[in-house]
Design a protein around this ligand. Structure first.
Ligand code: NAP
Length: 608
C-alpha cells in the first residue's frame, strides 16, 4: 500500500482493513492511556504554575453578587456578555488563570493558532466591529479579542484571577450559592455558572522514570519562554544550543514543530500516532472581506459551516476548507438510490480511503526522506482521530536538525538524560509534553476542579456518578440556579466550532436569567420528570458505534480503544454525529416560550 495512488484499481479493501488493524494493534497496548493526576501531582506541581502573569497577593474577598462564572475563557466571557445584555449588574468571573482567555490564555506555545476559520471562531465580531487579520487566527489575536469582549462588557474589573474555586454549596435558607476559593474568598451569588471548558486539565502520561529527567520539562499549555527565549511568533533564541524532545503530535504538538525546528539545535519529535495533516491555506484577510457584510453575517456563516458538516445542502460553501470538504464528506457519504446498507458502507469506506490516501500522498510529496514519510502517514479511517491542518508541519521534517522517532507503543521510559525508545537513549536538554488535555471523556465534576454541593448535601460527583443527568446538558436537578455551559459528553451536543456552541449556551443562560429576574423568581430547579425525559432522550439516541470504532486506532474519540465502555448517559443530543440544529431549536423555543417548562420555580415573596 505505501505509495499507492487512490485509484479504484489499487484499492483493495481487505488489504486496507488489515493494514489499519495492524497499525491499531501496535498502539493498543496496556496502560497507553494512563495519566498522572496533574491536579494533585506533587512532583510535577510546577507544571501547573502560570508562567505568563506574576502572582499578586491580595486580600480575600467576601461579598454577594448576582452571578459567579467559573472560567474566563470563551464560554465564560460569552455568558458574562449575554448576562450583561440582560441587565445583570454584579458579575464575578473566577479563574485560575492570570487573565481572560481560558485555553487561549494558557496555550501560548510558539505557532499556536486555531484551525477553525477565524471569521466563525472569534465570537461577537459584529458587536465589536472587528475583522480578524487572517483566515486562521493565531492564539495571541484570539486572546486579545476575548479580552476586548470582556472589557466591552465590563467583566474584568470584578474578576478574580489566579483564583481557584475549591467548593461551592447551595444555601437553602438564603437561596444562594456560597463559593469558596483557594485564596480565602467567600462569594455568594444567586446564579452560578460553570464555564470551565473541555481543555482545562492538562494531560501528562505516566511514563516510567519521568521524574528522573535532569533537564528542563514543561507542558505545551504552560510554555516556558524563560527557558526557550522568544515568544509566540518570535525565534526561540534560548534553544540555539539545546536538544529538544517533543512528545505528542496532536493539534498542539504539530503546531509547535515548525518554530522548534527553526530554533533548536536539534529536535526529536516522538510520535505515537501520526495525525492526518490536511492543507490549512492560511492567508491574510482580503481587504474587501468586510465589504457588503449584512447584519447577522457571522451567525449565517457559522450556520453555513455547521450545515455543511451536518450534510445539509448549501448553495455556497463560505468557509471552504478541510473541515467542510474532507470532514463533511466522510461524515455524510452520498447514498445512491437503491443502494443496500452493505453497499453504502462499502462506498463510504472507499471514500474514506480516498481521502486518507490524499493525506498520505501529501506526506510523500512534502517529506523528502521516504522512511520518515512512511512513519508520518496515517493509516486509519479519517474520523478515528481529530484531523489536523497545517502547511509547514510536514516540511519541517526536511530540516537536518529534525528527527522523527516512531514510538507507536509510547515512550518506553525516561532517564536522567531523556526518553528511551526501542532501547535507544535520546539525550535531550529539554522535554516538551504536547500530550493534550483530559477533554470530554473526563466527567464534568472532575473538570470543574471543585466540589459542588447541591440540595441535601448531595455533590455533583455523587449525582453524576453513574453518568450525566440534566436538562439540555445545562442544568441538573438538586443544583438550583446553576447553569453549565454546554459541551460534548454531558448531554449537550458536539460541534467542531466550539464558539458556536458557547454562543448558544450564553444565549440560553443570559436570556433565562434575565427573564427569571424580571419575573421575581428566586429559585429554579429542574423537575424530576424533565430531567428524566431529557436523559432518556439522550440515552435513546445513543448509537453504539463500538463495532466500527473498535477498528480505529486508539484515541480519545474511541475511548482509547475501548468504545464499548462509553456510557450512553454521557452522550450527546441527536443520533450519530448529533443534531446541532435540532438542539439549538429546542433551546431557542424553550427560551422563547418563556414558560420555563421543566423547571420548578419559587417566586420571591413580596411581603418580605
Ligand atoms: P492530543 O490531541 O490529545 O494529542 C496528544 C498527543 O500526545 C498525541 O499525539 C498522543 O499520541 C501523544 N501522547 C500521549 N501520551 C503519550 C505517550 N505516553 N507517549 C507518546 N506520546 C503520547 O492533544 P493536543 O494536541 O493538545 O490537542 C487536544 C485538543 O485541543 C484537540 O483535540 C483540539 O480539540 C484542541 N486543539 C485545537 C487546536 C486548533 O487549532 N483548533 C489546536 C490545538 C489544540 P496518540 O495520538 O497516540 O494518542
Amino acid at each position: 500500500m505505501p505509495g499507492s495512488k487512490p485509484t479504484a484499481a489499487s484499492y483493495d479493501p481487505e488489504a486496507v482493513r488489515a493494514k489499519y488493524l495492524a497499525e491499531r494493534d501496535k498502539r493498543l497496548v496496556p496502560h497507553r492511556a494512563d495519566i498522572r493526576d496533574l491536579q494533585a501531582d506533587e512532583h510535577f506541581a510546577r507544571y501547573r504554575d502560570d508562567p505568563f502573569t506574576p502572582f499578586i497577593q491580595r486580600d480575600s474577598v467576601a461579598d454577594d453578587v448576582d452571578v459567579v462564572i467559573v472560567g474566563g475563557g470563551i464560554a465564560g466571557v460569552l455568558a458574562g456578555a449575554r448576562l450583561r445584555k440582560a441587565g445583570i449588574e454584579r458579575i464575578r468571573i473566577i479563574d485560575q488563570a492570570g487573565g481572560i482567555g481560558g485555553t487561549w490564555y494558557w496555550n501560548r506555545y510558539p505557532g499556536v493558532m486555531c484551525d477553525v476559520e477565524s471569521y466563525i471562531y472569534l465570537p461577537m465580531l459584529e458587536e465589536l466591529d472587528y475583522i480578524p487579520t487572517q483566515r486562521y487566527a493565531f492564539g495571541e489575536e484570539i486572546r486579545r479579542h476575548l479580552g476586548a469582549v470582556a472589557n466591552r462588557f465590563d467583566l474584568v474589573d470584578d474578576a478574580l484571577f489566579h483564583t481557584g474555586v475549591t467548593r461551592a454549596e447551595w444555601q437553602e435558607d438564603v437561596s444562594r450559592w456560597r463559593v469558596h476559593t483557594d485564596r480565602g474568598d467567600e462569594v455568594s451569588c444567586r446564579w452560578y455558572v460553570l464555564a470551565v471548558g473541555i481543555l482545562n486539565l492538562m494531560k501528562l502520561p505516566t511514563i516510567q522514570g519521568m521524574e528522573d529527567f535532569a533537564g528542563r520539562s514543561f507542558h505545551t499549555a504552560r510554555w516556558d519562554y524563560e527557558y526557550t527565549g522568544g515568544g509566540p511568533g518570535e525565534p526561540l533564541t534560548g534553544l540555539a544550543d539545546k536538544v529538544v524532545g517533543l512528545i505528542g503530535t496532536g493539534a498542539s504538538g504539530i503546531q509547535c514543530v515548525p518554530p522548534l525546528a527553526e530554533s533548536a539545535k536539534h529536535l526529536y519529535v516522538f510520535q505515537r500516532t501520526p495525525s492526518a495533516i490536511g492543507e490549512r491555506g492560511n492567508r491574510p484577510t482580503d481587504s474587501d472581506f468586510a465589504h457588503g457584510l449584512e447584519p447577522g453575517w457571522q451567525r449565517a456563516r457559522m450556520d453555513n459551516f455547521q450545515g455543511i458538516l451536518m450534510g445539509r445542502p448549501a448553495e455556497v460553501d463560505q468557509v471552504d476548507d478541510g473541515w467542510t470538504q474532507h470532514y463533511a464528506a466522510v461524515q455524510h457519504p452520498p447514498r445512491a438510490d437503491g443502494m443496500t446498507m452493505t453497499e453504502y458502507l462499502r462506498s463510504a469506506e472507499a471514500l474514506d480511503y480516498g481521502i486518507m490516501e490524499t493525506h498520505r500522498l501529501r506526506v510523500e510529496e512534502l517529506v523528502a526522506d521516504p522512511a520518515t514519510a512512511e512513519i508520518l502517514k496515517p493509516y486509519y479511517r479519517y474520523l478515528c482521530k481529530r484531523p489536523c491542518f497545517h502547511d509547514e508541519y510536514l516540511l519541517a521534517f526536511n530540516n537536518p536538525n529534525v528527527t522523527l522517532i516512531d514510538c507507536p507503543a509510547g515512550i518506553e521510559r525516561i532517564t536522567e538524560q531523556g526518553p528511551v525508545v526501542d532501547g535507544q537513549q535520546y539525550e535531550v536538554d529539554c522535554i516538551i509534553y504536547g500530550t493534550g488535555f483530559e477533554a470530554e471523556l473526563t466527567p464534568l465534576f472532575r473538570r470543574v476542579g471543585h466540589e459542588i454541593v447541591g440540595r441535601g448535601g448531595v455533590t455533583l460527583a455523587e449525582k453524576w456518578a453513574d453518568g450525566a443527568a440534566s436538562l439540555f446538558g445545562m442544568m441538573s436537578r438538586g443544583f438550583p440556579n446553576m447553569f453549565v455551559m454546554p459541551a460534548p459528553g454531558q448531554q449537550a451536543v458536539v460541534t467542531v466550532n466550539y464558539t458556536q456552541l458557547a454562543v448558544l449556551g450564553a444565549e440560553l443562560i443570559g436570556g433565562a436569567v434575565g427573564l427569571l429576574e424580571r419575573r421575581g423568581v428566586e429559585v429554579f430547579d429542574v423537575s424530576a420528570e424533565a430531567e428524566e425525559a431529557w436523559t432518556q432522550e439522550i440515552v435513546d439516541s445513543f448509537v453504539d458505534s463500538s463495532a466500527v470504532m473498535s477498528a480505529c486506532t486508539p484515541s480519545r474519540i474511541n475511548n482509547e480503544g475501548h468504545p464499548e465502555a462509553r456510557n450512553p448517559r454521557d452522550g450527546n443530543y441527536g443520533r450519530g454525529f448529533g443534531d446541532w440544529f435540532g438542539y439549538r431549536e429546542r433551546l431557542e423555543q424553550w427560551l422563547e416560550s418563556g414558560t420555563f417548562e421543566g423547571l420548578e420555580l419559587k417566586v420571591r415573596s413580596t411581603t418580605s
